[in-house]
Every structure is written in C-alpha cells, then in structure tokens.
Write a protein that binds this ligand. Structure first.
Ligand code: PLP
Length: 408
C-alpha cells in the first residue's frame, strides 16, 4: 500500500484568499450596483517596461532562426544575465557577489520554498509572524514541525513582529539554526536597518546558523541608509542566502524570473562538524530538479539593467510608491496607526478590532477590499494589509470612500 507524506495533513488549508473571494462575491450579489475596489492584492497591475518587451520580442525572433535558436540553456542561468545582476545589484553597492554565485530561477516562491531541502530535518527553524506563508508551509511539508495548535505549529520558533519591536523581530532566546527574514517585509511593509541586520548576521555567525534573506521587495527601498542586500553587512557571505525577484521590481509576476545568491563561502555542517559548501549543494539540487528559465525571459530580465530599463522600472515603482503615500496619508488623517508604504508597497494598519470584522466593515461601508492581517499569522490579528498595487485613480477613489466610511 502506498502511504502519503502525512506531514501534508498538518497543513492548514489557506482560507485567506478564498474567504476573501467568498465574502466579496456574497457582497456583490447582495449589492450588484456597488463598485468594489481591490486594495488587497499582492500582484502588480502595470504592464511590463517597454525595454523588457523589446528585448523579449527580439529574443523570440532569434529563436525563429537556425543560428539564433537555443535549446536547453545552463540550469544556473545565462552568463549575460548573471553578470549584469552581479554588477548592478551587488558590486555597484559594494557587496561582494560574483556572477557564478547567482542562480537564475522562475520565482522566489519556488526558491524560498525549495531551499529547505538542503537542511537536516531536525534543524531548529525560526520564522517571522506575520509571514509570507511559503516559508512556513514548506517546512511543515518537509516534516520539521509538529501539529498545529492554538494558531501555531509545534516545534518552530516564531519571531514575533509587532508594534513593540517596530516590526523587526528580536534575536531568539533559544538557539536556532535556520532563520527566515524578509525585508522590505510582506505583509507589514517594515524595513530593517544595517545595525539591526548586523545583529542577525552576528547571531548566525556565533551559532553557525544560516539566514535566508528574502529581498523580493528590494526595489522599493528609497531610504539610502537601508541595506538593499544582506551582503552589504559585514560577515554575511558565510551565513546568508539571498532571494530576489523580477516580479515586483519589473512587473514579471506573470513572466517569471528571479534569482538566488549562494556565496561560495556560505557553509552548513554535517554531524561530524565538517563544513560543506551550500553553493555546491544548491548547484546540485538546482541542476537536478530545474532546467532553466527560457531564453527570451532571461533576455527580458537583462533589459531591466539597460539605461532605459532602469529608468522605466524606477518609474514603475515610483508610481506604486506614490499610491502607497496616498494610502499612508489617508490612514494618518483617519487616525489609524500604520507602518510600511515608504520603502514597500504594503501598508500595515492597526484595525483597532478583529481583522475580519474590519475587513467586513470596509467592504460594507466603502466597497473596499483589504487583506485581514490574521491570515498572515497570529501576530497579524488586529491588523489589515493595504496594497499599493493598483491604479492611482482607484487608490484615490478608495481613500475618499474610506475617509467617509471611517470618519471617527
Ligand atoms: N517573497 C515574498 C516575500 C513575496 O511576497 C512574494 C510574492 O508575493 C514572493 C517571494 C514570490 O515571488 P515570485 O513571484 O518571484 O515567485
């Protein structure tokens, strides 16, 4: 008899987005005349930058010729893309990362989910709360947790991100081996300073631990004092893997391209204490289970780093940040405490009541859809997430409606 991986049975069905859809559909059925504005989505809304489209088209035309046709490419990605990434995203900021330490992939979701395969099942794992759920669920699937009780999986160390610590988790009191961090953060929109990140790197070095640093929203950073990469922090190369994505920086959510940096001197240990290169292990995993991102998509991603591409991507993100500013200003005016939105597309608002209750209130009174914070973890209860991924006209209209609906 074939048995299933029973760890899957521990997973909590993710009701968040289906619950939202169900409530919105019920509301719309009751009030077909009301126009709904979705301020909860984590997907970009603007088209791809023209520089990317031109490169994409040209690469497809190349594929139509005998001389330009490409079959399987290198699993790690084409050198032309890895080189511009290393030069622009790291070396230009003084971070020591070389092209052959970069692994191109089809998404930071897959990479942040798959990376845990490299580590022992008894690794002590620290995961933020609230959190992008992929880190949590992939460790549950692998069997690194116990059952789900009182809103949390047994056996994990949760890193509370609350108003008390400025939404940057404090170092754990108990020793941990694997640490997930995400800055700028989804869902809170909070950022981490160089000094705060240095403390985490020092902790990892002291405990022979590893930091998995998700920088999917790096392109939204506008405060020059903030680190864009963990490799701007001294000592990080030996203890950190970084994830980046073109999804939010260049509108590639539907086009699919991302990358993971695994420095060659980044290590983890066998039971005898011997150090092993995680670069070699990830290279083995990646080349065994992944067959590369398509050539046209990699050419489109390369165009992000052209002068035209840089200007267009900056304008794209500036537009979302303008929306975020409108949302923050509206929340401030209404007297709701909030964070995020300055260097991130998300605004995390204290709802002053149950997350879902506030969700229903915004829907009923204003026809505005948000994401209830409770869906991102226990510490998200009492919050909602508003997203800047929308047209400015929609954001303006939504904020006008909230001003009327929530006036205290
Ligand atoms: N990491 C975080 C924190 C995210 O919020 C998301 C997407 O919303 C991803 C990774 C996934 O990125 P990708 O589209 O590259 O899979």
């Amino acid at each position: 008899m074939l048995h299933i991986n029973e760890h899957y049975l521990k997973l909590q069905a993710s009701y968040l987005f289906s619950d939202i859809a169900r409530r919105v559909a019920a509301f719309q059925e009751k009030h077909p005349e009301r126009e709904i504005i979705k301020m909860g989505i984590g997907d970009v809304t603007n088209p791809l930058p023209p520089a990317c489209i031109t490169a994409f088209h040209a690469a497809i035309d190349e594929m139509a010729t005998t001389s330009g046709f490409r079959g399987y490419g290198p699993e790690q990605g084409y050198a032309f893309l890895r080189e511009v990434i290393a030069a622009n995203d790291f070396q230009a900021r003084g971070a020591d990362v070389s092209a052959d330490e970069i692994f191109i992939s089809d998404g930071a979701k897959c990479d942040t989910g798959n990376i845990q395969e490299l580590f022992a099942l008894d690794a002590r794992v620290a995961i933020p709360d609230p959190v992008y759920p992929v880190y949590l669920d992939t460790n549950v699937m692998a069997g690194r947790t116990g059952a789900f009780q009182d809103g949390r999986y047994q056996g994990l160390v949760y890193l509370d991100s609350t108003a008390k610590n400025g939404y940057v988790p404090s170092l754990p009191r108990e020793p941990v081996d694997l640490i997930y961090l995400c800055f700028p953060n989804n869902p809170t929109g909070s950022t981490i300073s160089k000094a705060q990140l240095q403390a985490w790197v020092d902790y990892a070095r002291e405990h022979k631990a590893l930091i998995l640093f998700d920088a999917a929203y790096e392109a939204f950073i506008r405060d020059n004092s903030l680190p864009h990469s963990i490799y701007e922090i001294e000592g990080a190369r030996q203890v950190a893997i970084e994830f980046r994505s073109f999804s939010k920086s260049a509108g590639f959510t539907g086009t699919r391209c991302a990358y993971t940096v695994v420095p060659k001197d980044c290590m983890a240990y066998d039971r005898s204490g011997t150090a092993h290169s995680l670069h070699a292990l990830w290279n083995r995993r990646h080349s065994t289970k992944f067959n590369g991102v398509s050539y046209p998509v990699q050419r489109a991603a390369e165009a992000v780093y052209s002068e035209q591409g840089k200007a267009e991507c900056k304008a794209l993100i500036d537009g979302y940040l303008d929306n975020a500013r409108l949302i923050s200003q509206a929340m401030a005016k209404l007297g709701y405490a909030h964070v995020g939105g300055d260097n991130a597309p998300y605004i995390w608002v204290q709802s002053e009541r149950d997350s879902w209750e506030f969700f229903d209130e915004l829907l009923e009174k204003a026809g505005v859809v948000c994401t209830p914070g409770a869906g991102f973890g226990r510490c998200g209860q009492g919050y909602i997430r508003l997203s800047a991924f929308n047209s400015t006209a929609n954001v303006e209209k939504a904020m006008e409606r909230l001003a009327t609906a929530l006036a205290k």
